[in-house]
Design a protein around this ligand. Structure first.
Ligand code: SAM
Ligand code: SF4
Length: 469
């Protein structure tokens, strides 16, 4: 899954008309699923009477929604908490109380240890229990240091308030919807099965209801999210399990929805009907993020990935046969225990064989409690660094080549926000590329055909050539 760090309070907590009352600042680290969770925590905070603080200094409630996937992501939280402790003390001296919350996967993995390392924290809440945030806040106001890392029996999603319509509008025309959580795959390097728990799918009706509400507030594109989204098997009204292809089809029929995406997928769950969906559902964007991790079968076996490099190439060929213009993206880990130069060369060869429109490469990071952390033949830091640089160089070459190949083509762009300068708007192509074009702000939320004029290092520049579609 692609990584992003939301540095500003971008979770669109509803703002009442009057400029008073408590404020909340939510900072999210890690994957898109954390962005979604942070938005839902924003809805809960709004319901509890908080409005959005644009600066952390102004916040009476600070939530860090954390990521535990690699060591650096986790350690960053403790340095953030050190700074927030000082802020909390300064605000305290000025007579203002600050509630400090650690949510997300570090909260789940470390629980009370967080309170020991940073006693200024008031609440530690895991990703499966954040719907209890309002109750936890009441409890922590009386007795700070509350920990809730349960996997409660109640359904978190049914307990979350619906996002207010004006909040959805402020969040933009492309939205995330979590449809599946947790993972049963237990790849040897990964903490997700421990922090997010067992695989579970939301019922079809609940997902469609949420999408319809988003569309009613102007959302045109939804990305269906899950740690293993293509393992989705939510129940329909008759109690029948529906797969991801069926869910995408139903989502694409929602009035107002023009584009559907999904992420992140596991190669073993790339079913025939999901591949066919890429041929048969026009609203399904021609972009597939399908992590493989390594091009070496020996490494894949040791990773417990349950597929070989050839299986992956076969899936890619079948997806391309269904949708020839599909753009591919993947995740790779370099320096996994026991990875030799020859194994790494197989990863480079696989990347060359696939041709990625984009991809993410990470240095293997040992995670406590996962089998790979205790394996012999850990790879030294210098080798990891060298392999990472080489792989990233190749990925970047392919990304640039993919972007250059779109110059001269007409792409359908969904405009999302104003551009860098006046009179300019920016949106996304079907292949996830940022596209800048001259046009009024009224185009935000509109899909237009855009002739691509130039490929710049991180975006495309184009000219709008069609009226509304
Ligand atoms: N479910 C997806 C899959 O099957 O590949 C991946 C989800 S994971 C949250 C996102 C990415 O983080 C993985 O694809 C992997 O490349 C990377 N990752 C996970 N654990 C890691 C570790 N211990 N060290 C380095 N990268 C890791
Ligand atoms: Fe982690 Fe593997 Fe599950 Fe992906 S499939 S979330 S990498 S355990």
């Amino acid at each position: 899954m692609s990584e992003s760090t939301v540095l500003e309070n971008a979770h669109g907590i509803a703002s009442p008309a009057r400029d008073e009352g408590p404020r909340a600042f939510i900072k999210s680290f890690g994957c898109q699923m954390n962005v979604y969770d942070a938005e839902r925590m924003g809805d809960l905070a709004a319901e509890a009477g908080y409005r959005e603080a644009s600066r952390v200094e102004d916040a009476d409630l600070i939530v860090l929604n954390t990521c535990h996937i690699r060591e650096r992501a986790s350690e960053k939280i403790y340095s953030e908490l050190g700074k927030l402790r000082q802020l909390k003390e300064e605000r305290g001296r000025a007579g203002r109380r600050t509630m400090l919350v650690v949510a997300g996967c570090v909260a789940q993995a470390e629980g009370a240890e967080i309170l020991r390392r940073q006693p200024a924290v008031d609440i530690v809440v895991g990703p499966q229990s954040y719907h209890r945030l309002p109750e936890l806040l009441s409890e922590a106001r009386i007795r700070p240091g509350v920990v809730d890392t349960e996997f409660p029996a109640e359904d978190k999603f049914s307990r979350l308030p619906a996002s207010p319509l004006d909040t959805i509008r402020r969040r933009g025309v492309a939205a995330f919807v979590t449809v599946q959580e947790g993972c049963d795959k237990f790849c040897s390097f990964c903490v997700v099965p421990y922090t997010r728990g067992a695989e579970a799918s939301r019922p079809v009706a609940a997902v469609l209801e949420e999408i319809a509400r988003l569309a009613g507030a102007g959302v045109r594109e939804v990305t269906l999210l899950g740690q293993n989204v293509n393992a989705y098997h939510g129940l329909d009204g008759d109690g029948q399990a529906i797969g991801l292809a069926g869910l995408i089809h139903a989502a694409s029929l929602t009035r107002g929805i023009s584009r559907v995406r999904y992420t992140t997928s596991h190669p073993s769950d790339m079913s025939d009907d999901l591949i066919e969906a890429h041929r048969g559902i026009p609203a399904l964007a021609p972009y597939l993020h399908l992590p493989i991790q390594s091009g070496s079968d020996a490494v894949l076996k040791s990773m417990n990935r349950r597929h070989r490099a050839a299986d992956y190439l076969d899936i890619v060929a079948r997806v391309r046969a269904a949708r020839p213009d599909i753009a591919l993206s993947s995740d790779f880990i370099v320096g996994y225990p026991g990875e030799t130069d020859a194994d790494f060369d197989r990863t480079l060869a696989l990347v060359r064989a696939v041709g990625c429109a984009s991809a993410y490469a990470f240095k293997y990071s040992p995670r406590p409690g996962t089998p790979a952390a205790d394996m012999a033949r850990q790879v030294d830091a210098g080798t990891k660094e060298r392999r990472l640089a080489e792989l990233q160089g190749l990925i970047e070459e392919q990304r640039q080549a993919f972007n250059r190949a779109t110059v001269g083509r007409r792409l359908e762009v969904l405009f999302e926000k104003p551009g860098k300068r006046e009179g300019q708007v920016v949106g996304r192509s079907p292949y996830m590329q940022a596209v800048f074009a001259d046009g009024p702000k009224s185009l935000i939320g509109a899909l237009r055909q855009v002739e691509i004029l130039a490929a710049e290092p991180h975006s495309l520049r184009g000219r709008i050539v069609s009226p509304a579609s």
